[in-house]
Write a protein that binds this ligand. Structure first.
Ligand code: HEM
Ligand code: HEM
Length: 185
């Protein structure tokens, strides 16, 4: 019989990264649209880059955990919906790699160092590579819209399961499923 809830470490990583990533998306769009002279702009950039690097460190641990520990089954739903749910999760995982990698490429190739909360600093490339920086920027911007839309879809689906279908999808991620019947609460 499969487990009822996501295990505590999977839940911790999910919610920790959900808060970081949601804030990064909002801060990213906000800072990119600020005037260059805005007093906060570069502070937000520095913090955005530090948290982005944190996501890059956490995501391999999360993926490894996802692949090696048991997860609860999806609640009962039509085959097509199950495929969409699975594909959304895989896409989110891919984007959580692509966002920080493209961000780092843009920053380091463009001549910015990356400060990591005072613990250490990643130096920029010795010689600027504008073409590589441009490639990183284009990819980061494209992925930014895709991750924003995917997260929106993912959160809407989670809330729909909880409030409309009233099944145990969200409860599994909160560690609150007590019965083996996942179909209804
Ligand atoms: C999960 C990780 C990340 C997320 C969700 C994220 C999200 C975003 C978003 C939504 C934008 C605005 C894009 C737009 O205006 O089209 C942005 C811009 C930016 N991000 Fe990230 N980012 C992440 C990681 C990083 C990392 C690791 C770095 C660098 C080390 C970075 C550097 C930047 C920079 C420099 C910009 C401004 C680009 C510009 O002004 O043209 N990001 N990010
Ligand atoms: C904002 C960034 C978020 C990201 C990147 C994200 C990513 C993911 C990923 C990759 C999974 C697959 C399971 C796993 O890896 O542990 C997952 C599962 C899940 N997420 Fe999120 N999530 C986010 C936010 C949220 C929010 C805000 C909610 C609730 C409103 C939520 C509810 C769920 C639920 C209920 C599951 C389990 C789905 C199932 O197994 O049927 N997520 N999430």
């Amino acid at each position: 019989m499969s487990v009822k809830n996501y295990n505590p470490f999977a839940r911790l990583l999910h919610w920790l990264m959900a808060v970081i990533v949601a804030s990064m998306i909002c801060a990213g769009f906000y800072m990119a649209n600020l005037d260059d002279e805005h007093p906060m702009k570069w502070d937000i950039y520095i913090i955005h880059m530090a948290f982005g690097f944190t996501v890059l460190c956490l995501i391999p641990i999360r993926l490894l955990w996802y692949l090696t520990t048991e997860r609860p089954d999806f609640v009962s739903m039509p085959g097509a919906q199950r495929v969409v749910a699975k594909a959304t999760h895989l896409l989110l995982y891919a984007l959580l790699f692509m966002m920080p990698i493209s961000g780092l490429t843009m920053a380091l190739a463009g001549g910015s160092e990356v400060w990591v909360f005072g613990a250490f600093t990643i130096d920029a490339l010795a010689v600027k590579d504008e073409q590589l920086a441009e490639l990183g920027r284009d990819f980061h911007h494209l992925c930014a819209w895709i991750i924003a839309a995917t997260v929106l879809l993912h959160v809407s689906a989670a809330l729909r399961h909880h409030f409309v279908k009233k099944d145990a999808t969200l409860l599994k991620m909160l560690g609150r499923v007590r019965s083996n019947r996942l179909i209804t609460r």
